[in-house]
Design a protein. Structure first.
Length: 275
């Protein structure tokens, strides 16, 4: 099926893509749900010409892991394809690494259906969806997060295997006595390990050591750095050097899957509220 000139909607979960495509159509934006790999095959099939969409909305549905990011990177390798990722506030930082490409934009799941349709219009006009200052902030947040994780990884690498295991068990919620039972040592020995690993990590308390362990495993972005879509009528501004707005625009209630009488649409874990 040719969807050239229409927007394609994809997700690791096809039902989510179908729900969001239906939501866009309900506000007058031509959209088709595609399979996760379909846009790659349709746009590159020999002899078939350019039969795929020129605009792609990617609904990550909370699955912002390395395979999904790598897959979206392959979308960006398709000539001329503009990509809009809809993700959560917490996961947005993961996309900072791909924002050097002007053909990728990121918005959050609090984006309403009307706002998403406006963003799709911006893509059609080759205009940026994200404010330049917020794009820069997200890229910076990604770089800082990577730097922080590398520092934490270096600190964790100084721990002995036994100290590392103690910290892992504590981070999993085990008590000192339970860690001792797991490792076959006394509680006093566990506390000695905790004192030593705290010194190596520069953590003043056991809780701070556990927090550092968790930080090394996760990437978290402050909410005020997450971009919201810019209205079609809003002019492109110069990057902000010092201030990033404290609030994220958009938002809506959790909604049922499908289009209901109230005009509310949801796809699995993605909620898009029509306003």
């Amino acid at each position: 099926m040719s969807v050239s000139g229409r927007v394609g909607v994809v997700s690791p979960h096809l039902l989510v893509a179908q729900a969001v495509a239906a939501a866009l159509r309900s506000v007058g934006t031509p959209a088709d749900a595609l399979g996760w790999d379909e846009t790659l095959t349709t746009r590159t099939s020999p002899g078939r010409g350019d039969v795929g969409p020129s605009r792609l909305v990617v609904i990550t549905d909370g699955l912002d892991n390395e395979p999904v990011i790598a897959h979206v990177r392959r979308y960006l390798a398709v000539s001329g394809l503009r990509v809009l990722v809809v993700t959560s506030v917490e996961a947005a930082v993961r996309w900072g690494r791909l924002l050097e490409s002007e053909r990728l934009d990121v918005v959050t799941q609090s984006t309403s259906v009307a706002e998403l349709a406006e963003a799709v219009d911006l893509l059609a006009g080759d205009a940026p969806v994200m404010d330049p200052g917020r794009r820069a902030a997200l890229r910076t947040a990604w770089a800082l997060t990577v730097d922080r994780q590398q520092q934490l990884a270096s600190l964790l690498a100084t721990l002995s295997p036994q100290q590392r295991r103690v910290l892992e068990l504590l981070a999993a919620g085990r008590r000192v006595s339970e860690v001792g039972a797991e490792l076959g040592v006394s509680s006093g020995t566990v506390r000695s390990h905790v004192k030593s690993l705290r010194a190596k990590l520069g953590a003043s308390t056991q809780l701070k050591a556990v927090a550092m362990y968790h930080q090394a495993q996760e990437r978290v972005l402050p909410a005020h750095l997450v971009p919201a879509p810019r209205p079609v009528s809003e002019p492109v501004s110069e990057p902000e050097s010092e201030h990033v707005p404290d609030q994220v625009a958009g938002g809506g209630p959790g909604l049922e899957r499908g289009v209901g009488a109230a005009g509310e649409v949801s796809g699995g874990g993605v909620s898009l509220a029509r306003r």
